[in-house]
Design a protein around this ligand. Sequence first.
Ligand SMILES: Cc1cc2nc3c(=O)[nH]c(=O)nc-3n(C[C@H](O)[C@H](O)[C@H](O)COP(=O)(O)O)c2cc1C
Length: 244
Amino acid sequence: MDAIATIKKHQSVRKFTGESISQEQLTQIEDAIIRTSSTCFFQLITTIEVSDKAKLQQIAALSGHQEHIAACSHFLFFCLDVTKLQHIGAMPKTLPFRVLFSGITDAGLYCQNALTAAESLGLGGVVISAFRVQIAKIAELLELPQGCAPLVGLCLGVPDPKFLEGQKPRLPRSWLIMKEHYQDPFDAAELKQYDEEMQRYYESRVYNQRSDNWTNSARNLGKDYAVKAPSLIAFFNAQGFIFE
Ligand SMILES: Cc1cc2nc3c(=O)[nH]c(=O)nc-3n(C[C@H](O)[C@H](O)[C@H](O)COP(=O)(O)O)c2cc1C
């Protein structure tokens, strides 16, 4: 499928048939990952593929028991990996903070390329950040050395057609895309209409059906389960990342 058609069909997939992704498909996904743009061409993202069922179950448990992780074919971790700099003697004592920004940006690009490549092959998946609540245990499970930390994950598998939910409606185009300069898009009537559309979407879906809308779910932002910055900073420091 061509790129635009694949991207426009995107929807996260959280139910899989249990079939494995073939080695040929995995190689195509890896090719897409390897081709991804990289800040200053440092190539600091290392991708770790997990397909061992026992490990997938552990990752699921460490990610708030997200059952789609245990049931997927492959889980990919996109890690910031400065050991590459250490090996060539290019590692400063403290890292410029922008290395973290670059890492987060690059990992997102790698992850999206992998997902789009998978979707173009008829596979499906969902981006995962929930493992961050137990990030130190994840690092242990993956045997990550000092200087390597997971930033984002991706669950991949063969979609179970019974559970396809339909695409999630997005905010109005003018709220998401602006021309030349910022224009406050807020419009109470448009928001009400969008919330009603989201309510219908959540109520009609087969998996994780609920009564909800965008405004309600956006209010979860400040809730307790969000991983707090100090715990992530402590993890990065313990993992050998000292940012300045
Ligand atoms: C950085 C990031 C982290 C995410 N983490 C999770 C996660 O931990 N669990 C999950 O089920 N979905 C996760 N998602 C998927 C989003 O919920 C999903 O993309 C969003 O609801 C839009 O739905 P769609 O992808 O089907 O269009 C994540 C997405 C992103 C971009």
